[in-house]
Unconditional design. Structure first.
Length: 102
């Protein structure tokens, strides 16, 4: 949510982006590499996406290490280097993210 926290959340290991050990203590984040989306608690594989201007509806198969479920997200460009990720299920949630330059 805050570009100032990027160095507390992300690191590079073997020339790849990774989460620091306590990234979730600093609001966590997302790492997007192709069709793979990794959060501090889940890993998702994009199954489909539909673009509509600055909005993208995305369906992904996500795993928390115990169960796999399909999740639908709406991704909206909300400013320069900013997106807002929203989901209606199981509970409506809207989360802003800022792009970190590494």
């Amino acid at each position: 949510m805050d570009a100032a926290a990027c160095n507390e959340i992300f690191t590079k290991e073997n020339n790849k982006l990774a989460f620091k050990r306590d990234a979730d203590l600093h609001a966590g984040g997302l790492i997007v590499q192709g069709k793979q989306i990794t959060g501090t608690f889940q890993k998702c594989s994009v199954k489909s996406l539909h673009e509509d201007g600055q909005n993208v509806r995305l369906i992904a198969a996500c795993s928390d290490g115990i169960a796999i479920s399909d999740v639908t997200f709406d991704v909206r460009l909300s400013g320069e280097n900013k997106i807002t990720l929203s989901s209606k299920e199981p509970v409506p949630v809207e989360t802003p993210y800022v792009r970190c330059s590494m």
